[in-house]
Design a protein around this ligand. Sequence first.
Ligand code: NAD
Ligand code: UDP
Length: 329
Amino acid sequence: MSRNSSANLVRKRILVTGGAGFLGSHLCERLVRDGADVLCLDNYFTGRRDNIAHLLGQPNFEVLRHDITDSINIEVDEIYNLACPASPVHYQYDPVQTTKTSVLGAINVLGIGRRTGARVFQASTSEVYGDPTVHPQTEDYRGNVNPLGPRACYDEGKRCAETLFFDYRRQHNLSIKVVRIFNTYGPRMHPDDGRVVSNFITQALRGEDITLYGDGGQTRAFCYVSDLIEGFVRMMASEDDITGPINMGNPHEIPVRELAERVLALTGSRSRIVFRPLPQDDPMQRCPDISRARELLGWTPAVGLEDGLQRTIAYFDALLGAGKASLDA
Ligand code: NAD
Ligand code: UDP
């Protein structure tokens, strides 16, 4: 059934690929709460059953273990395509698989869209801008990606996925929604995820050294997860001609060194800050221009860094206290 014909008759059926991951689990929770029939698809590469355990008893929630690089036949009205490791540590672990996940994954979800008429949403990334020479980044900036470096499997994979989305739109008239996500954090990030917020918080709570890469002068802007999920839902519900790409993130930009200091202050930790080499191709500056999301979707982040960090610290404190920090938890 197409999304239009089903909309007023039955609950919307929504596929969330990567639904057991950090963002995916929050999205599934929101969609289940909104009354949709949600199918969470995941191969558990970086996702965890624990992230979705609280949804398993819900009559409108199902889980399918599947790798999105393999095609799948399924009847849905909407697809959120989030399947892909997002942390540099994890996407560089098996770079060929990372590119396959982005490119074959996009082809497979777009194939479902073509067969069923489902609207397809792509979780793209600020990494399509690479190490940007335009600041803050607007959607029309074409980026500065090193196609041969260790981040390319992710950056180029996501760029190619965007190309596929827009070609399916032009060639097959698919309804598409492309969002470029900037650094987002919050509860349910994996404690060994390797990204900066989870690293600093778990290090601070364990009393371990805080690992600052480079001199910490590189900047990022951190968005709290609930703000991002609200943006996803608004984007999916927007008019058909709003295809994106649309930047989503919090435009409050800080040096990574300042993040370390704020985590230390909020946790009251006595951890030391130690300096480690800056990874190759690590972007020096990153901050979203979110004018487009503001104008087209009326979306703007509401949770400040201090508040978001406190909520995330409380989550990791409980998790580490319960001894659930192993990779297979
Ligand atoms: P995550 O690693 O927590 O979640 C990714 C999920 O995808 C995991 O559950 C993982 O098991 C699953 N997955 C990976 N490969 C798969 C495959 N081949 N088949 C099926 N499932 C697979 O990361 P996240 O932060 O939740 O990111 C979700 C999406 O958002 C990703 O596509 C990522 O590129 C994008 N994104 C996230 C951020 C961020 O700051 N969190 C920033 C930019 C883009
Ligand atoms: N970083 C750091 N210490 C860590 C992990 C990351 O200083 O333990 C830095 C990293 O070099 C980058 C920034 O924090 O400059 C954000 O890294 P992350 O991996 O979270 O995401 P990115 O924005 O690089 O994709």
